[in-house]
Design a protein around this ligand. Structure first.
Ligand code: ZN
Length: 336
């Protein structure tokens, strides 16, 4: 690498770290503010709010810690913020190096939004609320690097999806269940979250369905009449305007969930560069099966043939390449 290239590399590297830190701080403060503004909300008990905050903080600190270069809380938080977290959520500051988060920060935020709006089950209400939060998370440009300044949504999911079951003949309809696509920067980080979801977080039938689809094996057969719509966040670099737009399913989702009724319908030509499990549909269908027992029982457990263990292996390999402190067993963070 020539000297000029080296300087350029260090500079860009530095900008990316700064943007990651800025995005993290913005995400944390917007989420804290959101919780505070709903403290009087009957649907969000104080104890539950604390659990969400702890889980979100832990997930953010973990992501920054496994980043290259690794970023520690004292390197980006003000002394005051750090002291306050130490007083209120001391276990989070002890466990981000040793315990794995169950889900990315944005999935936690989405869950919180859905909980608060539990009775406003229209997609639009939930999307409006997310839209509002996303807008507050926009980060401004860095000095002269305007071309680098378009917000990269390091902690926000670009896609949110919603699914439900509805059978007209029996008049049985479930509520809607939501999920977010994996939101983080970096290949290792993304794989870590998909593998944690497969090994631990998602409903086992969905997890095996995802892994099987990625290896061309037996896919998941859901009951008939599961409906799903995904919404993609569109942002404009020039006007910093964001909106959600319903989008057709990607080929990965068609592999994993061959009999879901998608709306809008699948397009014939659609190129997907991401891996199976990255999509929001996995989380929303997992939430559906976790909550709806009758539906869950109607889904046969796909044959796994140790494929989940291989995911765990990849998870461990990836974590070995970070500063995460691996113990003999993988330990997961429990905010309760
Ligand atoms: Zn998809």
């Amino acid at each position: 690498m020539s000297n000029n290239n080296k300087i350029e590399y260090v500079k860009i590297h530095n900008i990316m770290v700064q943007r990651l830190i800025k995005s993290a701080l913005q995400f944390v403060s917007v989420t804290l503010e959101f919780v505070k503004s709903h403290q009087e909300n009957v649907k969000l008990k104080k104890e539950d709010a604390q659990l969400y905050i702890k889980e979100m903080l832990h997930s953010v600190l973990f992501l920054l810690y496994i980043n290259k270069p690794s970023i520690e809380p004292q390197e980006f938080m003000s002394q005051r913020m750090l002291e306050s977290f130490r007083r209120n959520y001391s276990d989070v500051l002890e466990k981000y190096k040793t315990h794995l988060p169950l889900r990315p920060p944005y999935s936690i935020l989405l869950d919180l939004v859905v909980k608060i709006m539990e009775h406003d089950q229209e997609d639009e209400m939930i999307l409006d609320c997310l839209w509002d939060l996303n807008e507050k998370m926009l980060i401004s440009g860095m000095g002269n690097e305007e071309q680098m300044s378009a917000n990269d949504f390091a902690f926000s999911s670009r896609v949110v999806s919603c699914c439900y079951f509805s059978e007209k003949s029996t008049d049985f309809k479930t509520r809607k269940y939501f999920g977010a696509s994996v939101a983080c920067k970096g290949k290792i980080q993304r794989e870590v979250f998909i593998d944690v979801a497969c090994v631990k977080t998602w409903h086992p039938k969905v997890a095996i369905g995802v892994v099987n689809a990625s290896t061309g094996n037996e896919t998941l057969q859901l009951p008939e009449y599961v409906y799903s719509t995904a919404y993609r966040m569109k942002s404009s670099n020039t006007t910093s305007c964001i909106c959600y737009k319903a989008m057709p399913p990607c080929p990965r989702c068609l592999d994993i969930f061959p009999n879901i009724i998608f709306s809008p319908e699948a397009l014939e030509v659609y190129n997907a560069k991401w891996e199976h499990g990255n999509c929001a549909e996995c989380e929303s269908v997992s939430n559906l099966l976790k909550a709806e027992r009758d539906l869950e029982e109607a889904v046969a457990m796909p044959l796994s043939n140790n494929r989940i263990n291989r995911r765990q292996q990849r998870l461990i390999e990836n974590l070995r390449n970070t500063r995460f402190l691996l113990r003999s067993n993988l330990i997961y963070y429990d905010s309760a």
